[in-house]
Design a protein around this ligand. Structure first.
Ligand SMILES: Nc1nc2c(ncn2[C@@H]2O[C@H](COP(=O)(O)OP(=O)(O)OP(=O)(O)O)[C@@H](O)[C@H]2O)c(=O)[nH]1
Length: 620
């Protein structure tokens, strides 16, 4: 597996290297060719302008293709213009026009003012050849707009002036042509060729205006400047003009010689116009010297040449019109196709937009549905949550309430004696403070122990159950008699503790007497048997002494127990109470509880009872 991966990796590296190696040189070659294109163009340009040789066409076409392949638009357009120039010279105006239109399209795309002007000038040359002055004037207007974008010293400006002059000349506006030539000649920075061409145009104008003297001077000037020049056409044009000048000046022999010389150089060339002009000059010159035979001969030749020229121009015009028609048709078709394409594109864009919109809508709907569901789910979840929470809260509240009730019940149970319903000792120890006086100097609590007399006998006689019934009824009787703030505690067995807070001794004695009587008179019934019951009471008040803390509440109950013993001992069904103390605080609680009888005898403890006999027994 590793071997296979290594091989694959090696293959990949080799392939990548091959790709890199195979691509790099191509790029270099391309760059070189691209850079070489303008130089190549310059070579061809020179060759075209010096020879106008049709054999250059294949090379120029190859250059155009090369420039096109390498995307050098400027070289491509310039090559097209050179081809168009040769095509025009050799009569193929149709192809020439198509090429120039193509070059114009490229120039517009490139948007370089100088180049665009050059292309326009080239088209103007063609239009003027076809005597289409109006179209040439239109192109010149386009140049007028562009010319402002050229630098002030551009040599192109004088060329534009030259062609303006030629246009005026073609329109037979000789004065305007003359003016513009003079303006152009003032310009600096122009080529020798343009300078000569301007002078030639000026000669033409002057000759048209019959100013052959100035024309002659200008021709001399041209000859001086043009010395050594090899441009065939320029030389021919000079000869044509020179012959014309001689003719106008009446120098017919010179005119004939010059014209014949010129005519000779037109053989095997395509310069038919100049040929015709020379033939006409010759005919006119021979006519002037009255050599009508030669005049007639040259006139005939002139007629032939002119005819050929006219034919060529007509043909060219037809061809040009045809080309224009085809071109327009192609453009129309192209624009229709473009419109169709644009419409299709628009439709596709609209469809795509519609699809996108639908998708977007679907997404939005899905999103909204999802959001809605989420929201609903959230709301339901919250509602459910709240509901559960509320239920839980209710349950908790209910439980808490139940618990509180239970607690209360439990507490009540823990404080209550299960048989009688009275409080138990636990209650006393927990709540005793509530029953003790807060203001010791003015208030007091009566603590009274109540014990059922001979209760053993009740159990023994009527049974334990009857005893229980008696105990329950006993508490009922007590509760019926005591006040609301008083409390009954089952102290143990058949013994109860009655606490009566905030009560005077006299009131306490009254209440205890009432209880005693109520018990004595109450009918304790069990199994339809009336069980006679009495009870004995021993009580004391807390505090025993207003200013001296003699006994605490438990010791007070112990003293009450001593009093209870006195009641029992005094024959039962009676109450005995120690209500006041007149003793110093040197006595301990133990001495008081254990020596109660003596202290009573000494008059240090005040004792009260419902029975005089018990009191006298205690005191004696
Ligand atoms: N039926 C019943 N009897 C009880 C209960 N608690 C205590 N006793 C009885 O109460 C009796 C108390 O007897 P004693 O202490 O001798 O006193 P007495 O018979 O009442 O005599 P004196 O108190 O001297 O009048 C005992 O026989 C206990 O068994 C109870 O809850 N129910």
């Amino acid at each position: 597996m590793i071997k296979l991966t290594t091989r694959f990796f090696a293959l990949f590296v080799i392939f990548t290297c091959f790709e890199v190696i195979s691509k790099t040189p191509t790029a270099k070659v391309q760059t070189k060719s691209f850079a070489e294109l303008p130089a190549k163009l310059e070579v061809y340009k020179k060759a075209v302008f010096s020879t106008y040789d049709l054999k250059l066409l294949p090379n120029l076409k190859a250059l155009e293709q090369e420039a096109k392949a390498l995307d050098n638009k400027k070289v491509q357009a310039e090559a097209m213009l050179l081809i168009a120039l040769l095509q025009r010279l050799y009569g193929d105006y149709r192809e020439s026009l198509i090429l120039k239109q193509g070059a114009l399209d490229i120039a517009i795309e490139l948007a370089e003012p100088a180049f665009l002007i050059n292309v326009y000038l080239s088209i103007i040359r063609l239009e003027l050849s076809l005597e289409r002055n109006k179209q040439a004037a239109e192109k010149m207007q386009s140049i007028d707009i562009l010319i402002n974008q050229l630098p002030k010293n551009s040599h192109l400006i004088s060329r534009v002036y030259l062609w303006k002059a030629r246009l005026f000349f073609a329109q037979e506006s000789y004065l305007q042509a003359s003016y513009i030539i003079d303006e152009a000649l003032k310009k600096e920075n122009m080529s020798k060729k343009v300078y000569i061409d301007l002078l030639i145009e000026k000669v033409k104008v002057k000759l048209k205006l019959g100013k052959f003297g100035i024309a002659q001077e200008l021709l001399n000037q041209i000859n001086q400047v043009n010395q050594g020049s090899q441009i065939q056409h320029t030389q021919l044009v000079i000869k044509v003009l020179q012959a014309e000048a001689y003719l106008q000046a009446g120098m017919f022999a010179k005119a004939i010689l010059m014209a014949q010389d010129g005519l000779q150089s037109t053989f095997h060339t395509r310069f038919l116009e100049e040929q015709a002009q020379l033939q006409y000059t010759l005919a006119s010159s021979f006519a002037q010297i009255q050599d009508y035979q030669w005049a007639h001969l040259y006139l005939k030749r002139y007629a032939f040449t002119q005819k050929a020229l006219d034919l060529q121009k007509r043909n060219n015009k037809l061809l040009q019109l045809e080309a224009r028609f085809d071109f327009d048709q192609q453009r129309q078709q192209l624009s229709l196709l473009e419109k169709d394409n644009a419409l299709k594109e628009q439709k596709i864009t609209q469809q795509m937009q519609a699809i996108e919109n639908t998708a977007l809508l679907q997404q939005r709907v899905i999103l909204i549905v999802v959001l809605l569901f989420t929201l609903l789910f959230f709301m339901y979840w919250r509602w459910q949550n709240k509901r559960t929470l509320k239920m839980l809260e209710q349950q908790v509240a209910q439980r808490t309430q139940e618990l509180a009730i239970r607690n209360k019940q439990l507490q009540a149970l823990s404080y209550t004696d299960s048989l009688t319903g009275a409080y138990n000792r636990h209650f006393l120890f927990t709540h005793i403070d509530e029953y003790l006086p807060t203001e010791i100097l003015t208030e007091s609590t009566i603590m009274c122990l109540i014990d059922i007399d001979f209760f053993k006998r009740v159990n023994d006689t009527y049974g334990h159950s009857a005893g229980d019934t008696v105990l329950k009824s006993f508490v009922t009787v007590l509760k019926q008699t005591i006040r609301q703030n008083d409390v009954i505690i089952r102290w143990g067995g058949e013994e109860f503790l009655l606490l009566m807070p905030n009560i005077s001794r006299d009131s306490a004695a009254e209440i205890l007497e009432r209880i005693r009587v109520n018990i004595e008179t109450y009918e304790f019934i069990d199994n339809d048997i009336n069980i006679p019951i009495t009870a004995s009471f021993g009580f004391t008040s807390y505090p025993l002494h207003r200013s001296v803390a003699l006994l605490d509440w438990e010791q007070t109950i112990e003293l009450a127990d001593v009093c209870l013993y006195m009641s029992k001992n005094g024959g039962r069904n009676a109450w005995v109470g120690v209500t006041e103390a007149n003793i110093e605080n040197t006595l301990s609680a133990e001495e008081i509880v254990n020596g109660t009888k003596q202290l009573i005898e000494q008059g240090k403890l005040k004792v009260i009872s419902n029975r005089e006999d018990i009191l006298s027994t205690v005191i004696n």
